[in-house]
Design a binder for this molecule. Sequence first.
Ligand SMILES: C[S@@+](CC[C@H](N)C(=O)[O-])C[C@H]1O[C@@H](n2cnc3c(N)ncnc32)[C@H](O)[C@@H]1O
Length: 456
Amino acid sequence: MMKDENEEIFLQWAGAIGISDSPISNSSCLGHSLSVANFPEAGGRGLAATRVLRKGELILRVPKAALMTSDCLISKDYNFSAALRRCTFLSSTQILSIALLNEVNKGKSSWWYTYLKQLPQSYDLLASFGQFEIEALQIDDAIWTAEKAVQKSKMEWKEANLLMSELKLKPQLITFKAWLWASATISSRTMHVPWDTAGCLCPVGDFFNYAPPDEDPCHLENSAEELFDTNTDRLTDAGYDEAVASYCFYAKRNYRKGDQVLLSYGTYTNLELLEHYGFLLQENPNDKAFIPLEPEMHSLCSWPKESLYISQNGKPSFALLSTLRLWATPVSKRKSVSHIACTGHQISTENEVVVMKWLAKKCHVLLSNCSTSIEEDELLLRIIDRIQDYDPLTTEYGVLAPALNGELCAFFERNSVKRRQSIYRWKLAVQWRYGHKRILFDCISHCNKILSDNPS
Ligand SMILES: C[S@@+](CC[C@H](N)C(=O)[O-])C[C@H]1O[C@@H](n2cnc3c(N)ncnc32)[C@H](O)[C@@H]1O
């Protein structure tokens, strides 16, 4: 069956179970406010505005009965609930992943068959990265995060094996590959519900692609305000509304007809987006670069580790700057100036010069420790695009940039089969390291500017 045909059947099914983008009851699911469209540069399949949408307007309602939750899957499946009682050690996310595979196992007899059929067949979350793509991240912190994601996924899969074999799932649904698919579906598509920490799968609502939150939640002045939940890492401009027993989605800004309607799933760095959703943004205002600090720096201040970073624009965070200022102060004077540092003020010109020199040098060393430069990564990204387009001349690029030779050869050796997906993951890794290096580079420029304004 054609992809569009599947989509058509899915939208009819969604309309019949009450999913609607219209305030008046309507048998069709979409068409009043939204339509499914393809946005190749911003998430692929997504939702477009079919008319002018005003900020704060309710644009989609998905009734509770249409939400796929562990509760609803378990309560309708006696075997599953009986087997689950014997496996009390599984997390809510593992349970929802197994419940999802259990539905897939039912094939056409599953009530969710039409929904399951249109889910993506694979994902590119960090947990699905192979050794080659992990190494392509180049930066220790990111490599560690990716390795941890793979290990965690493997461990959760092993723990889930007992229940999956009790359920007698088909052999291909018990594999690690199937587990990666199920857990990535849960990680990248679930939405927060108050009664289950695993969240829910929300047909049609999970077609919204992501835009980072661009406003401070405290300053929101529209009807979606009360749905803004800074404590959850799920969709924040949508939420479950008990009063109407539905998941409700609101326009987070004004849209023109044809615009892609986006939602903010939360505030994420690019590494976090890769880890939880399998994509990253070329321009992510929430991206950050964490750099290794001297052990002493951590004990100097009470700032949490996560607050010590370089922002996407190359400027050190408030906490990092005040920590560095205090650290650059002679030990005997630290106590008397700590209140100045903690309130974000410059301690002295000499102190600022030491801080900026240290920071610029650190970024410079980190950049020179990488096996490729920013320019080489830029070239590699162009080469990868050509490889994606099956340009036969691409191997010759190694001559243009000898530093890329090893990486290009390693890719071709390992990836004769299943190239498309491997190329895409490799590209994500290179895009990530390129963005990270740009932050370090911009930080050096920022420090140099301050140094030239404060000649020592
Ligand atoms: C909730 S789904 C959104 C709908 C999805 N595009 C689909 O076809 O079903 C989330 C996934 O969409 C993709 N995505 C969402 N926003 C994106 C963006 N701004 N850029 C690239 N990919 C995006 C990622 O693959 C992500 O894991």
